[in-house]
Design a protein around this ligand. Structure first.
Ligand SMILES: [Zn+2]
Length: 240
């Protein structure tokens, strides 16, 4: 199993690692800072630096069949050797933007739940500061979007700390906030459960990378509201 350093420190931009296996899909390392895409968050890109040169890391993901964390290299890249020591360097600006976006989505879901009692039905984010989130709402309007935008930016500007918690499974499943976000659907073998707690705003089980304080997110614009069907309304956002 690859040690996922990003799980406890989202701000690492480089790390030393050792190549443990090579597969047709890509390279497996003993440890990494590159986030494996999932939960609506894109995988990381960057470089893997070896004795032989700099390899182009184009995506990071979990291979469903083996469960391995795969570092996908550009087709023309050379391939490292099993056992070789390498350095992983992610595209830090891109990742920081994704961390801000991911944190803003959590805050958005907390705001819409707290003020309008609507749960999230889905969501996704790009690497360009844009994202979408779907809510269990019967109606949506431009005015509603503007109201949410105001509440969201107010909460972000208040500077709430963002904590990464590892809660014993029993404790997590008994937490009302985590019940709301369906933590009970997490596979039974996952214990402890990783939780992102934006103090006073939102708390949910999550594997992604987030910033330390909502101040880092900056300003968020609700750029579009649309209906995706009954009790399913979409909000598109863009970060400054
Ligand atoms: Zn999340």
């Amino acid at each position: 199993m690859t040690d996922k350093l990003y799980s406890t420190d989202a701000y690492l931009d480089t790390c030393a690692a050792r190549v443990t296996d090579l597969t047709p899909l890509g390279v497996i390392l003993d440890r990494t800072i590159a986030y494996a895409r999932g939960g609506g968050q894109p995988g990381d890109t960057g470089t893997i630096i070896t004795d032989g040169g700099v390899l182009d890391l184009t995506d990071t993901f979990i291979d469903r069949e083996s469960g391995s964390l795969i570092h996908q290299l550009a087709e023309e890249s050379a391939v490292p050797v099993v056992g070789e020591s390498v350095t992983v360097a992610i595209d830090a600006d891109r990742r920081r933007r994704i961390m801000r976006t991911h944190t803003s989505l959590h805050a958005l879901s907390g705001i819409v739940y707290t003020h309008f009692d609507a749960k999230v039905t889905g969501g996704n984010m790009g690497d360009d500061g844009t994202a979408r989130m779907d809510f269990e709402l019967d109606h949506i309007s431009t005015d509603f979007g503007q109201e949410v935008e105001g509440l969201l930016n107010e909460a972000l500007a208040a500077g709430h700390d963002v904590h990464v918690l590892f809660l014993p499974r029993d404790e997590a499943l008994a937490d009302p906030d985590l019940i709301r976000t369906k933590a009970n659907l997490i596979p039974a073998e996952v214990d402890p459960i990783r939780v992102i707690d934006i103090e006073g705003v939102d708390k949910q089980a999550d594997g992604g990378t987030h910033v330390r304080t909502t101040l880092e997110v900056g300003t968020v614009h609700v750029v579009k509201t649309e209906s995706k069907g009954r009790a399913n309304k979409r909000m598109r956002i863009r970060l400054d």
